[in-house]
Write a protein that binds this ligand. Sequence first.
Ligand code: NAP
Length: 327
Amino acid sequence: MRQIIVIGSGPAGYTAALYAARADLRPLLIASSVEAGGELMNTTEVENFPGFPEGVMGPDLMDKMQKQAEKFGTEVLFEDVTAVDLTGDVKIVTLASGEQHQAHAVIFATGSAYRKLGLKDEDRLSGRGVSWCATCDGFFFRGRTIAVVGGGDSAMEEATFLSRFAEKVYVIHRRDSLRASKIMQDRAFADDKIEFVWNAEVVAVNGEERVTGVTLADTATGERRELELQGLFVAIGNDPRVHLVHGQLDLTEDGTIAVQGRSSRTNLPGVFAAGDVIDPAYRQAVTAAASGTVAALDAEHYLAALHEGLPHHAVPAPDGDPVLATA
Ligand code: NAP
C-alpha cells in the first residue's frame, strides 16, 4: 500500500510528486504511456516560466521536472490509468496492464485534452493533414499552404511556429478580434507568411486521401467559400480530462473537478486535484506547478491526520479548513 499516488505528469503532477517525495511519502506517479509530460511536450520555447531568462524548450523543462521529482524518491510509471475507485479509505488505481495500485491518497493532475471542431471528416483526416500539434507535425508541411483554427495563445503560437516551414499560414478565427495575449498577437501580425481570416468558421474539412481544403462559413452573413490548403491545425482550446472520475468526483459547470475554496480537496476525503483539470481560467505551466504544490501539502496534512487517528477537524489544513473533508 502506497501513501500517495499522483496521476498525471505535467507541471502539476511532477510538482505534487516533488513535494510529496521531499515529505518522504515516496509517491508513485503514473505518467501515461503516450502523453507523458503533458502539454508542454508539444510546445517549443517556454519564455514565461520563472528562472529561465533565456527561455527553455517545453520537453526540456518537463525532463527537468521529472528528474527533480525522481531525485527525492518519486517512482514514475509510464502507463495509462483505466479506472479508479476513490470511494473507500483505500484508493484503488487500475492500469491498462490490469495491474492495480493502492494508496491512502490520490492526486489527480490529469490536465486537459485538445478540443476538436466536431466535424464529420476531422478524425478521418487526422494524421492526413489534420493535426493538433504544430511541433509534432509542422515539419511535414514545408513549402505548403496550411491553416490554424483559433484565436487564443495556442493558435498564435502554432501559427508563428508553422510559418518557419509553411509557405503560407492562414489563421481562421470565428470573431474579428483575438483572445491571445498582446505579445503573441503582435508576433503573429508581424509575420509576413501569416494571413488572418476573420469572422470565419470551418464547417467542413475536404479531401479523400489527404486534406485538400476547408469550407468556411462567414459568421456574420453565413456565406460559404472554399479555401485550398494541405494542412489544418486545430488550436481551439482544451477540455479537462475527467473521464476517470465521472460519477465519483463533483465537477464544476466548466467541467473541471470541483475543489473546496483555494485548496485541492475534492468532495471525497483523500482525493485531491491540481493543475488544468481544476482550472478553467489561468492554465499556465507556473500556475499548474503551484497548484501541484497545494495538492501535495493538502495530501500531506490529510495523511498526517489519518495516521495519527485524529478526528476530521483536529488538524487544520494549510488553508485553515478541516483536513479530512467530509463528503
Ligand atoms: P483559449 O484561450 O481558450 O482560446 C481558444 C480559441 O479558440 C478562442 O479564440 C476561441 O474563440 C476559439 N474557439 C473555441 N472553440 C472553438 C470552436 N468550436 N470553433 C472555432 N473556434 C473556437 O485556448 P488556448 O489558446 O489553447 O489557450 C489556453 C490557455 O493556455 C490560455 O490561458 C493561454 O494563455 C495559455 N497558453 C499560453 C501560451 C503561452 O503563454 N506561451 C501558449 C499557449 C497557451 P473565441 O475567442 O471566440 O472564444
